[in-house]
Design a protein around this ligand. Structure first.
Ligand code: CA
Length: 224
């Protein structure tokens, strides 16, 4: 695994780099935005840790430009501000996750491991449960070989459920994953989308695959 760290605080950079090297990563560290972007564009990384406040070029611009150039390496942003607007700006510009300073190394490590797991499983082929199939690359869903048309959000929720087959998934987990940020008041919206998904996926088919666990969340499974 090869990681690019773009962080101008020398001490923080050294600490993070040391931690990841101990974990067996190869780490390149850039101390300003221009050098960081240059490395991100010319080298191949499995993941980029990107600070927002950087000399020469800020992290949000770097992230946006990398995405415009079709560089899809997972990016975790480091932000000194904890306002929701700041996080959304990063996510809207193509970041996959964010971490608010100060953070512990173990926190960063956990986030990075989750991101790497996600990006690697994204490469995996078709997801299946019973006679339901979802192809993440073709962005298609079918049941009993009949094509089912889903909206983007329905697709994202179904994909998330299918990646957590037989596990209980809470509304908050779905909101955080599908809308990318935690927005409590949106948890009702999950019920609406699950309702429409159910109509398309389960109505007229057996066994029912989407289950509600009252007061807890949802589960996709061939059995309750
Ligand atoms: Ca900084």
């Amino acid at each position: 695994m090869r990681l690019l760290l773009i962080e101008d605080e020398q001490r923080l950079s050294t600490t993070i780099k040391k931690g990841f090297i101990e974990d067996g990563f190869a780490v390149d560290a850039a101390l300003d935005g221009e050098e960081g972007q240059y490395l991100a564009e010319t080298e191949n990384y499995d993941l980029i840790v990107l600070d927002i406040m950087l000399p020469k070029k800020d992290g949000v611009s770097i992230c946006r430009e990398l995405r415009q150039k079709n560089i899809i390496t997972p990016i975790i942003m480091l932000t000194a501000k904890s306002t929701i607007e700041d996080k959304i700006t990063g996510l809207e510009n193509g970041a996959d996750d964010y971490l608010t300073k100060p953070f512990s190394f173990s926190e960063l490590r956990a986030r990075i491991q989750a991101l790497l797991r996600r990006s690697q499983s994204n490469l995996a082929s078709v997801l299946k449960i019973n006679d339901l199939e979802l192809d993440p690359l073709k962005h298609s869903v079918s049941r009993q070989d009949k094509k089912i048309l889903l909206t983007q959000k329905e697709f994202a929720i179904l994909e998330y459920l299918m990646r957590h087959q037989d596990e209980v998934v809470t509304r908050t987990m779905i909101v955080e994953h599908v809308w990318d940020y935690n927005f409590e008041s949106m948890s009702n919206i999950v019920d609406v989308f699950i309702g429409s998904l159910r109509k398309k996926i389960d109505r007229g088919y057996n066994p029912k695959l989407i289950h509600t666990l009252r007061g807890v969340g949802y589960k996709i499974s061939t059995e309750l």
